[in-house]
Structure formats: C-alpha cells, structure tokens
Design a protein around this ligand. Structure first.
Ligand code: ZN
Ligand code: ZN
Ligand code: ZN
Length: 375
C-alpha cells in the first residue's frame, strides 16, 4: 500500500482552531485556554518543541488578546519558524527571569482557565501561586469537544492511518505465531506499522492464551502455543494522526468456546457500529454493544468502556461509556472495541475506528472481523 499524499495544514487552519478555542472558552464562561507543549499545542499551532524541558512554554488563548505564545528565549527562533509571527504574538523570557511573572502578565488575576491535560503540575502550581485568585481545570473536562470533530484533512489522515494498520494486520496473520514469544510478534507489528508509514508506534498488544484476558496486557515473554487465542491490538501515529485496531486470532483451529465468544464479540462490535449516527449520545453506542454481550451471558466479562476518541492522540474524548451524554456529531472519530475476558483462560477483542457521517457511521478499518486461523 502507498500512503496517499496528504494536504499540509496551513497557518489559516491553525488560526481557525485557535479562534474556535477562544470562542468555546468564552461560551463556557472561561477567561481562556492555556496550552503547554503536547498534542493540544501541535493541533492548535503546528509547533512541536524539540526539547521537552522544565522551562515554561505557554500558549495563551483569550478573548482580550491575540493568541500569545510565551517561550524560553533560546527557543524563540524555532517557535517563530513553526508558528509564524503573523498569527501569534511571541513573548520570550530569558534564563534567570521568572517565567510565571511573565505568564501572569498575560492572564486575568481572577480568571478561570482550561489547561492542557498534560501540562506539568510544576507549571500549573506555580501559576496558581503567582495568581492566587485564578483557577484551573483540565481542558478536556471543560471543552471536551474542542478537538473531537475532525475536518476533511484530519479525516484523510485518520483514514490513511487506519489503512496502514489494516495493511499491518494482513501481514501479521501470515507470520509464525506458534513457538515464538509475544514480544517477537509485537516487534513484527511495530516494524510493519513503521513500514506502512507510521512515524510513531504507541502500542503493540499481543495477548496470548491467559494473557489475552487482561485488557491492558501489552506483550510479554510467554511463548505462544498451538491452540492459543491471541488478542492483537496495535496503533500509533501516521502524519500526526492515530490508528488503533484489534483483531483476535486463533493459533490453529479454535475450539467451540473460542468460536462462541468470538462470535458474541463480533456481533457486539457490529451492534455498536450500527448504533452510530448524529445526535445519538455516546453512551448509546456503549449500550448497544454491551446489550449483545449481556444477553449472551458474558456481561460481567466485558471489563471496559466500548471506546475512546482518536485524533492527534490515540486516546482522547469523546469516550464511549455509560454516563457520557455528549451527542455524536459528524466528523467525530472513536473506537468501537467491545471485548470478553475470561480470567486465566483467554480474551477476545475486536476494534475498529469509526467516524460519524451525516446518516450513520463509517469504519476506518476494513479488515475481516471473522476469526482468523494463524500458524
Ligand atoms: Zn486502552
Ligand atoms: Zn486498541
Ligand atoms: Zn482503542
């Protein structure tokens, strides 16, 4: 497969995202949004500082000023090249100066701000001390929709990442499983993801036999045996956007119980995908998938939420979980990944990324969800 040529994001794209963050913050009664290096900063500005240091870098998005990026003086040239001086005001602070005094000058003393989820506590606590009447909360709690709806360019990248993950699956089912360790197959998965265009591999789960019954088992020393059921769950970033897919395979012919559980999970995943359409609450997708598992008698063994959003990270809002009433909107992308986990024996999970369309949901993973037999 070839990675399709993707349109670069423009300064105008980033300016529009920053403007929307300001508008959303205002609508939520916030003084603004504070962004430190990480996925929010990349999404909003395209700037990915090479050095992730304790020196404060802070993007301030507020209605009372132009987007303002506070950077360490030594990183100013890189920041300027990445964000352009036109769309963003750059302010720098030299080593020896107090970066929190510099940041405070950009903030409202009594403002309530949404802060990037991954901001270091070091920085948030220091801002709180510098401005005792200000307050802060996690950005995804205050503005869960900010990155949730993807535009055409983002969808093209997510589709390309999904296609690369699919190509990886089609190759991995041809490799030897029996007699090799989980970590060997995980290494193959990582090589394939990179070979098909991923610049970053986030996870390569190979859960064989009893290890498959632990939903977050990654890969270990266990040697895979003939007769094992094996959960494969892998993904990462391609062109800055995420892939995440799971399939469960059988090493040699599966027994009756593995076939039965696999079919329950396949039907649950199908029901979840079919529940996707605009206006439906996230929790309805979880309920649709869970109902199938419960009715088959495995409800207690479906140990996790049905899915999570995906974009510039592989796990983000919206969460497909009971209690999440956020309505689905065209352009949202998330996983539908029900599973059944039989402790000490085996697990089954099937996962596709789905995007909400005008009248339903469209899978971004297209490999067969039937139980595949591998060697
Ligand atoms: Zn997970
Ligand atoms: Zn996954
Ligand atoms: Zn997932």
């Amino acid at each position: 497969m070839t990675v399709p040529s993707l349109v670069p994001f423009t300064r105008a794209d980033h300016a529009a995202r920053m403007a929307r963050a300001v508008a959303d913050a205002q609508a939520a009664g916030l003084a603004g949004v504070l962004v430190t290096p990480g996925p929010d900063l990349v999404w909003l500005t395209g700037y990915r500082p090479t050095a992730m240091t304790e020196r404060l870098t802070l993007l301030v998005l507020a209605a009372d000023r132009e987007p303002t990026l506070l950077v360490p003086t030594l990183e100013r040239p890189d920041a300027e090249a990445a964000v352009g001086a036109a769309a963003t005001v750059l302010v720098d602070w030299p080593d020896g100066a107090d970066p929190y005094a510099a940041a405070s000058a950009l903030l409202r003393p009594d403002g309530r701000y949404g802060v990037s989820d991954n901001a270091w506590a070091l920085h948030v606590l220091a801002l709180q001390q510098a401005l005792p009447d200000s307050s802060y909360d996690a950005l995804t709690r205050l503005l869960p929709m900010l990155r949730a709806v993807k535009d055409e360019n983002e969808l093209a990248r997510l589709a390309a990442a999904g296609a690369a993950a699919d190509a990886t699956y089609e190759e991995i089912v041809g490799v030897r499983f029996a007699g090799r360790r989980e970590t060997d197959v995980a290494g193959d998965l990582a090589d394939l993801l990179r070979g098909f265009g991923h610049e970053q591999v986030d996870f390569t789960v190979v859960g064989s036999g009893p290890n498959g019954a632990n939903p977050h088992h990654e890969a270990g020393d266990r040697t895979i045996r003939d007769g094992d059921c094996v959960v494969l769950d892998f993904g990462g970033l391609l062109a800055g956007y995420g892939s995440d897919t799971s399939r469960t395979v059988s090493v040699g012919e599966p027994g009756a119980e593995v076939r039965e559980v696999h079919e329950v999970v396949r039907l649950a995943q199908q029901a979840g995908v079919e529940a996707v359409r605009p206006g439906v609450a996230c929790q309805e997708v979880d309920r649709a998938a869970r109902r199938v598992v419960v009715e088959a008698g495995y409800g207690e063994r479906f140990l996790h939420r049905t899915g999570h959003g995906i974009g510039v990270t592989t796990h983000e809002p919206p969460y497909v979980v009971e209690g999440e009433e956020l309505p689905l909107v065209p352009g949202m992308c998330f996983s539908v990944e029900p599973g059944v986990y039989l402790a000490g024996r085996f697990g089954v999970r099937i996962e596709d990324i789905v995007t909400v369309t005008a009248d339903g949901g469209r899978r971004l993973n297209a490999t067969s969800r039937a139980l595949r037999v591998v060697g």
